[in-house]
Design a protein around this ligand. Structure first.
Ligand code: C2E
Ligand code: CA
Ligand code: CA
Length: 704
């Protein structure tokens, strides 16, 4: 195999082989022809020569034979033996008998031809045959001249082969060399991908042409390569740009232009991963009341406000701090290289103060505050998740503590979280076990002094926690997604309680129930179930009031509006709870055809002392009346408050002055003709002090 490759692997070797074979074949053929020819010529010549000798001797030999002169014959033919190739010479007489026979004693060494050449010459005189001369000769002379010829031929052959070899070498140089060069250039191009190399044009023949074509091809490729390179470069640049833009977009918040959640979380991870002694603070910010502004003023306005807030935060920060918007009205500030707690506090304080300043958006003044929670790495937590979560927990603490303030994370907050989780679990169990109960707080007509309505207020009779007030669990239930179930239970229970109450009540009596905004945001199945249940009970739906928050009115969501309309269409009255504390807008009251407005307790509290509250209450009552809306004042605790509200024309009152919320039975007994029932008309006032609790009421009415 290797030998084959060696001999025929390259064009060079192939050509050499072919040339040498042709040369050898030609030389050998020529040598054979010449040899055969030479053999014939030499043999013929030898025959002719021997014949000539014989012919010369013949006349003398004939005379000697005639004279039977044996001696002379012997003398005549003996010299023949001096010829090296003559083996014998014999004179035979006419009768065929050997007359004289001479034999050469010397044997020739060279004996290629074993044959013997016999030359016979007749011995005649005047036509009479006297015998013949027979000369036997071997081929030694022929052999000798053939040997010489063979040596000569071999010399010629060697010469021809050498010449052929030289010719092949020359051909290789002139014919193969350009090809070899071309191949090596092609090889180089393939290996290096360098299309700028060119082949030398070493000949003007087809190979030269091939080299030119090859060079041209390389040039075209090079040009194409170049333009491709430019294109690729351009595309790479465009791609890089797009990639950068994409990264920017992926890492920045489109509204504010600030870094986004993803960016800041990555940044925090990097900080934690890349340095062992890093220390930083994370401030979680959440705007207070932003949702209300967004709902009332519109989302465009809200967006502008968020952008302005973002700018202010950026300006309030030191150089080495960074703010990102997490979404909605939530921000995160990262302060690196913190020196002290006081330094962080200073930053939080500055952010808080700068946001509190008035904003002017679309020519309108707007105020907003922020609640801040602070967590420090690594003091509070050692992962991004915990640090951000703890800052969030601290922020909730600020919210709970009246907003517009900041708090550092404290492990206690985690306890609260754990407690909250336990509360959620208990709530679930409570719902399963039917641990809830509705209490009813009478609402009195301030003119007639009759209890004509009652507000259903939920209580949780927990096996170990005792009676849990709604403020403790309603928000948690909302957060945990349990409020719908709970709310449906309230609606159904209130309906059945109302059916019960109405059996005993005289005149128009209404029960109002509190409905969480979240109940309006989901499906309306509960409303349909409720309607069915009420018609099963034969309940007139006019006897139901649904209390909603004023903010719900401002929600633009269609499903909310349709649910409210459905309630109204079924004769259910709509009351706005805690009126005055939210972002109320008169136009909404008008649009939604609200029936009752419940003035929040906070206004009633200050009635006797604050002229401002008095003015506000009066204005609210007037405005409601103007819109044909009745007013209930909440949290009336004193006779004076009741008197003032009554003077302002407020129709109804609710509060400890009359009664605190009572369990159904107690409520029925107290107000609806039970054995110890209190005459409705004479129930006012039941209590006169804020400090009177349920027991006091119960005592007064003699229920316990
Ligand atoms: P709210 O709807 O404003 O209910 C009035 C709250 O004020 C009741 O608290 C009531 O006990 C209390 N209150 C009434 N008169 C006076 C008074 O003269 N002085 C004082 N200091 N307080 C008075 P409660 O029952 O603890 O309910 C608190 C809140 O929980 C309710 O506020 C309401 O928002 C919510 N809530 C109660 N029951 C339900 C319910 O069934 N569903 C929903 N979604 N929320 C409920
Ligand atoms: Ca209420
Ligand atoms: Ca209220």
């Amino acid at each position: 195999m290797n030998l084959q490759r060696l001999l025929f692997g390259s064009l060079n070797a192939k050509l050499l082989m072919i040339l040498m074979l042709i040369a050898s074949f030609t030389s050998v053929t020529a040598a054979v022809i010449f040899t055969v020819y030479e053999l014939k010529t030499v043999t013929d010549t030898e025959r002719i020569r021997l014949n000539s000798i014989a012919n010369i001797l013949a006349p003398n030999l004939t005379a000697a034979v005639i004279f039977q002169d044996e001696y002379t014959v012997n003398e005549l033919i003996k010299p023949l033996l001096s010829q090296s190739n003559i083996v014998s010479a014999r004179v035979i007489d006419a009768h065929g008998n050997t007359f004289v026979d001479v034999l050469s004693g010397v044997k020739n060494n060279v004996q290629i031809f074993t044959e013997i050449m016999i030359i016979t010459t007749p011995l005649k005189m005047e036509g009479v045959d006297y015998g013949r001369l027979e000369i036997k000769a071997d081929y030694s002379l022929v052999e000798k001249s053939l040997l010489f010829f063979a040596v000569f031929l071999l010399g010629i052959l060697a010469f021809i082969l050498a010449l052929s070899f030289l010719l092949a070498l020359f051909l290789r140089k002139s014919l193969i060399q350009p090809l070899i060069h071309l191949t090596s250039v092609a090889d180089l191009v393939t290996k290096t991908n360098n299309y700028s190399v060119r082949s030398e044009v070493l000949s003007t023949d087809e190979v030269g042409n091939l080299a030119n074509c090859f060079n041209l091809m390389l040039e075209t490729i090079e040009q194409r390569d170049h333009s491709l390179e430019i294109q690729v470069q351009q595309r790479t640049n465009a791609l890089k740009l797009a990639n950068n833009q994409l990264t920017d977009q992926a890492n920045s918040d489109s509204l504010s232009g600030l870094p986004n959640r993803r960016y800041i979380l990555d940044k925090l991870s990097d900080l934690i991963d890349n340095s062992s002694d890093t220390r930083f603070a994370v401030l979680g910010l959440d705007l207070d009341g932003f949702k209300e502004i967004n709902d009332t003023m519109g989302h465009d306005y809200g967006d502008l406000l968020l952008t302005a807030v973002s700018r202010r935060i950026v300006n309030a920060l030191p150089d080495d701090a960074l703010v990102a918007r997490l979404g909605g009205d939530e921000f995160i500030v990262l302060v690196e290289k913190i020196e002290s707690r006081a330094a962080i506090e200073a930053i939080a304080e500055k952010i808080k103060t700068t946001i509190t300043q008035r904003f002017v958006i679309k020519g309108k003044h707007v105020y907003v505050t922020t609640s801040i929670g602070i967590a420090v790495f690594p003091d509070d937590g050692v992962t991004v998740e915990t640090i951000v979560k703890y800052a969030d927990l601290a922020m909730y603490k600020s919210k709970a503590n009246g907003r517009n303030c900041y708090h550092f994370f404290h492990p206690e907050m985690l306890d609260n979280l754990v407690k909250k989780r336990a509360l959620v679990e208990d709530l679930r169990a409570g719902i399963r076990n039917g641990e809830f109960e509705l209490y009813y707080q009478p609402i009195a007509d301030l003119m007639t002094k009759k209890v004509c309505k009652a507000e259903a207020l939920i209580r949780w009779n927990h096996p170990t926690r005792g009676v849990v007030p709604p403020l403790t669990f309603i928000a948690v239930a909302e957060e945990a997604g349990l409020i719908k179930e709970l709310g449906e239970w309230v609606a159904l229970t209130a309906a059945s309680d109302l059916a019960d109450i109405l059996k005993m009540a005289t005149g128009n009596f209404q029960i109002s129930i509190n409905v969480s905004p979240l109940q309006f945001k989901g499906d309306e199945e509960w409303i349909l179930n409720w309607f069915d249940y009420m018609s099963d009970l034969g309940l007139n739906q006019d006897a139901i009031i649904v209390e909603i928050t004023e903010n719900l009115l401002m929600e633009s969501e269609e499903s909310i509006r349709s649910k409210l309309t459905k309630l109204k269409d079924h004769g259910i009255s709509i009351a706005i709870d805690d009126f005055g504390v939210g972002y109320s807008s008169l136009s909404y009251l008008q649009k939604m055809d609200v029936d009752i407005l419940k003035i929040d307790k906070s206004f009633v509290d200050d009635l006797a002392t604050e002229s401002n509250s008095r003015d506000l209450c009066r204005a609210m009552i007037m405005m409601a009346h103007h819109l044909d809306i009745k007013v209930v004042a909440e949290g009336i605790e004193t006779e004076l408050q009741k008197q003032i509200l009554s003077d302002f024309g407020c129709e109804f009152g609710q509060g400890y002055l009359f009664s605190e919320p009572l369990p159904l039975n107690m409520f029925k007994q107290r107000y609806l003709g039970g054995p110890m029932a209190v005459n409705l008309a004479t129930t006012l006032p039941l209590i006169d002090s804020v400090n009177h609790g349920r027991c006091l009421v119960a005592e007064k009415v003699g229920l316990f």
